[in-house]
Design a protein around this ligand. Sequence first.
Ligand code: FES
Length: 193
Amino acid sequence: MGAQVHGTQDFNKAKRAEIKFSDAAMQTVNTIISRYPQGKQKSALLPVLHVAQAEFGGWLSPEVMDYVAEILKIKPIEVFEVASFYTMYNLKPVGKCVLEICQTSSCWLCGAEDIVKYIEKKLNIKVGETTKDGMFTLKTAECLGSCGTAPMMQCGASYHENLTYEKVDAILDNYKSEGKLRSYTDLDYKNTL
Ligand code: FES
């Protein structure tokens, strides 16, 4: 095992010993690594972290980051430096569905603030919080490149555009009835409304 990640959370050796990709996820990771030259497997860090986040409950614990470091033969602190830089990686537990509401110019002009308030009220949480049932986490995001269909939000790999309160209701009901973790590696887009 590599050195421990020097993050803000405790490192649990027993938990670390239990962390292992499923065969399918490991195959995906190996395919990603094979795209880079020998000895440059570190370059695969970003996509491998996405697989890890999807595989281990939607967030990257210190133990998961240590595991990724071991696979890529780099130091755990290098994984932490990258994971803590990008907002798409969660360093603490989140709900199965992380709702990211764009709050930049176009979305803001088209009512993003009201959408955020509506979701806060509907789910009884504030931005940054997770519902008690562990289903939803609410976040805000900067421009997600869908300005022409503002206001919009992202959940995993799905974009939900031209949001209205009715549409938000339908999206959240759909996610709740589905009850599964949505990640950036989900590429079916079935939930896009
Ligand atoms: S301003 Fe919201 S997607 Fe660009």
